[in-house]
Each structure stands twice: as structure tokens, then as C-alpha cells.
Design a protein around this ligand. Structure first.
Ligand SMILES: CC(C)(COP(=O)(O)OP(=O)(O)OC[C@H]1O[C@@H](n2cnc3c(N)ncnc32)[C@H](O)[C@@H]1OP(=O)(O)O)[C@@H](O)C(=O)NCCC(=O)NCCS
Length: 133
């Protein structure tokens, strides 16, 4: 079942990110996302197993952004990431957004195949970033 994140899901969500080799989103950032657009923070909840997948959506008023998609290794290749992204795309569309972006590491083969299969084109843009504090 794909549903909106609830605060009690936090420990399981952190486990999903860690199991996927991802740094968990810092708690303050997660709180900020949940406060800004709570319906864009989604989990995959399997009966008997609990939270096995997560995705974070944000918007910059023009576009949707997808972050931190992950599914527990034992639950992969069953369409859960696809279901999370389909629901997130539906919620972006309901907000009137017509484009969605995301960043993925070049060497991340599973993720590259997943996004390519879903029709996400790669762009030549180079991300530049700088700490403000
Ligand atoms: C990438 C990830 C989220 C995919 O989760 P998933 O639940 O296995 O994905 P789905 O089952 O919805 O896959 C849908 C389709 O994507 C493609 N795909 C997904 N994982 C793939 C892999 N390892 N190799 C090849 N194709 C893959 C397939 O076409 C798949 O459909 P199929 O199983 O019918 O062939 C998961 O591997 C993961 O958590 N990886 C670690 C974290 C990560 O890389 N996150 C993405 C950050 S951008």
C-alpha cells in the first residue's frame, strides 16, 4: 500500500535509507519537507513487513523534485518503487505541476535503469553547489 508518511514511520524510513546505502535525510530537513507539503512524503507499507519503501517529493512552485527513493533490498523488483513514483507523479499533477526533475549519481546502475525505464531523460546540465553556512 502506498500512503502518506506518518511521524511514527520515521524509524523504519531511516532503516530503509540505510539498507539502500543512502544517508538518511537529516531529521530537520525531513520535518521541513513534511511541514511544507506532507502529502509529497510517501511510504510503501507492506502488510506484515511494515515500511519497505520511501520517496520524498518537493516542489519549487514550477516543478516537482523527487528525492531519496529507496526500497528494502528484499522487496525490490516487485514494482514498489514504480508504485511510489506513480503516486508521487499523480500528486504533483494534482498540484498543477507539469514537469518533474531528480538527480541520480552517474554510477548508480540500478537507479539509472529504473529512471530510464520510466521515461526520465538524462540532461547535460551540471549541478553546482555551495554551502551557505
Ligand atoms: C532503484 C530502486 C529504488 C528500485 O526499486 P524497485 O522497487 O526494485 O523498483 P521496481 O520494482 O518498481 O522496478 C521497476 C522497473 O525498473 C527497472 N529496474 C529496477 N531495478 C532494476 C535493476 N536493479 N536492474 C535493472 N532494471 C531495474 C526494471 O525495468 C523494473 O521493472 P521489472 O522488474 O518489471 O523489470 C531500488 O533498487 C533501490 O532502493 N536502490 C537503492 C537506492 C537507490 O538507488 N535509489 C534511487 C536514487 S535516485
Amino acid at each position: 500500500m502506498i500512503r502518506t508518511f506518518a511521524p511514527g514511520d520515521l524509524p523504519e524510513v531511516l532503516d530503509v535509507w540505510r539498507a539502500g546505502g543512502r544517508d538518511p535525510l537529516p531529521a530537520a530537513e525531513l520535518d521541513a519537507v513534511a511541514a511544507h507539503a506532507p502529502e509529497l512524503l510517501l511510504v510503501a507499507d507492506e502488510p506484515g513487513a511494515g515500511v519497505v519503501g520511501v520517496v520524498v517529493g518537493t516542489t519549487d512552485a514550477r516543478r516537482g523534485w523527487i528525492h531519496r527513493l529507496a526500497v528494502l533490498p528484499a522487496h525490490r523488483r516487485r514494482g514498489l518503487a514504480g508504485a511510489l513514483v506513480t503516486e508521487l507523479e499523480r500528486r504533483f499533477t494534482a498540484r498543477g505541476l507539469t514537469r518533474v526533475n531528480l538527480l541520480v549519481l552517474p554510477g548508480d546502475e540500478d537507479a539509472q535503469r529504473f529512471w530510464a525505464r520510466r521515461g526520465y531523460a538524462s540532461c547535460p546540465d551540471v549541478l553546482r553547489t555551495r554551502d551557505l553556512a
